[in-house]
Design a protein around this ligand. Structure first.
Ligand SMILES: NC(=O)c1ccc[n+]([C@@H]2O[C@H](COP(=O)([O-])OP(=O)(O)OC[C@H]3O[C@@H](n4cnc5c(N)ncnc54)[C@H](OP(=O)(O)O)[C@@H]3O)[C@@H](O)[C@H]2O)c1
Length: 336
């Protein structure tokens, strides 16, 4: 698989990563099984994926424990990206950016991951109660202590900012990134980027490119929608966030089918099902085409999809493909 370099410190990873969240959190939880997830991680690594994206809150904790079982055997094949800063309570999630907590969280993640160093330690959410410089400073000390190699920032879930009247969804994110850059270099920014959520292209992606900061594209498959495997009205399990997501009502899934059809047309031009080219791969190849500093982290718990997604790294979209995809109608049913 093609390799990409993230951040000024030159973190070297396979061009497509693996989002491990669906193995232990959020989507179709009745389908989550450790043995199957382990096979998915091994298959991804075998196909050239190295970046495994997890977080202490996925499970909570069980996703890191799962990856620990892989890392114990093949640490050298993997680039471990985990996150701290969000605590899962009884029916709620809260941010905690206190330095003492960050230090404890890192030690706990190292234990669960069965490793002595985390390649990329990301701040899952800034804590509104703690100056972000203090949280970032504590994370920087972990680099100095050799427990962490580099630091990343997550800007997923910025929908509230748009409702707050910002000019750009990521205005607030960029302001905070500029503050923490004064404390310690940001190696990566993780934010939603996909054919149906391209907002990061306007300012956040160029901000990263100009500073040598890598970009991890979260939710690159539109939470599964862009793969064309979800049926409008098919329903979701009650604890699946898509059951309450405004883009996943039967009506909006039907209204957004032109996006899937557009990706399918491009896939067909590259040989389609007969050549093993899928809409999911086109969606991922689109994110890869947005810059050499972009690494998508598609999430899955299934071996076959982990391999299919990894193979998107070999799909080179043409200028015509990219123009056709940018001309697709904007998604309906967004958070605003
Ligand atoms: N920093 C943050 O706050 C944050 C927030 C969200 C996500 N993330 C990261 O980003 C990663 C990706 O985001 P995501 O998992 O939410 O969304 P996603 O990658 O856009 O979509 C994941 C969904 O697509 C399905 N899928 C995956 N590959 C497929 C394929 N080839 N064909 C058909 N369906 C496929 C998966 O099904 P199965 O589950 O059945 O495998 C899963 O339901 C996460 O795993 C996580 O690491 C970070």
């Amino acid at each position: 698989m093609e390799r990409r370099t993230l951040g000024a410190t030159g973190l070297d990873v396979g061009a497509v990563g693996l989002g491990c969240m669906p193995m232990s959190w959020a989507y179709s939880t009745s389908q989550q099984r450790g043995d199957r997830s382990l096979r998915a991680v091994h298959a991804a690594l075998d196909t050239g994926v190295s970046l495994l994206d997890t977080a202490d809150m996925y499970g909570p904790f069980t996703n890191e424990l799962l990856l620990g079982r892989v890392l114990r055997q093949r640490r050298a094949d993997a680039f471990v990206a985990t996150k701290c800063g969000l605590l899962v309570g009884d029916g709620h999630i809260v941010a905690n950016g206190r330095p003492s907590y960050v230090r404890r969280a890192c030690d706990a993640s190292l234990r669960r991951l069965q490793t002595d160093v985390i390649d990329l330690y990301q701040l899952h959410r800034a804590d509104p109660e703690v100056p972000v410089e203090e949280t970032w400073g504590a994370m920087a000390e972990l680099v100095t202590a050799g427990k962490v190699r580099a630091l990343g920032w997550c800007a997923v879930g910025a929908h509230g900012a748009r409702r707050g009247g910002s000019r750009d969804l990521y205005d607030g994110t960029i302001r905070r990134l500029e503050r923490v850059q004064q404390v310690f270099p940001v190696s990566t920014v993780q934010a939603e980027l996909s054919v149906w959520s391209p907002e990061a292209l306007a300012r956040l992606l160029p901000w990263c490119a100009a500073r040598g900061v890598g970009f991890l594209a979260a939710m690159p498959l539109g939470n599964g929608f862009l793969t064309g495997t979800l049926t409008p009205g098919g329903g979701f399990e009650p604890d699946d966030p898509r059951a309450r997501h405004p883009r996943f009502t039967a009506e909006m899934m039907a209204a957004n089918q032109p996006l899937v059809a557009g990706l399918r047309r491009v896939a067909e031009r590259h040989g389609g099902a007969a050549a093993g080219v899928t809409p999911a791969q086109v969606a991922l190849a689109w994110t890869l085409a947005q810059g050499r500093h972009v690494v998508p982290v598609p999430g899955t718990k299934r071996e076959c999809w982990a391999v299919e997604n990894a193979r998107a790294a070999a799909l080179a979209l043409t200028a015509r493909d990219l123009a056709e995809i940018s001309a697709l109608p904007p998604a309906r049913g967004s958070w605003d």
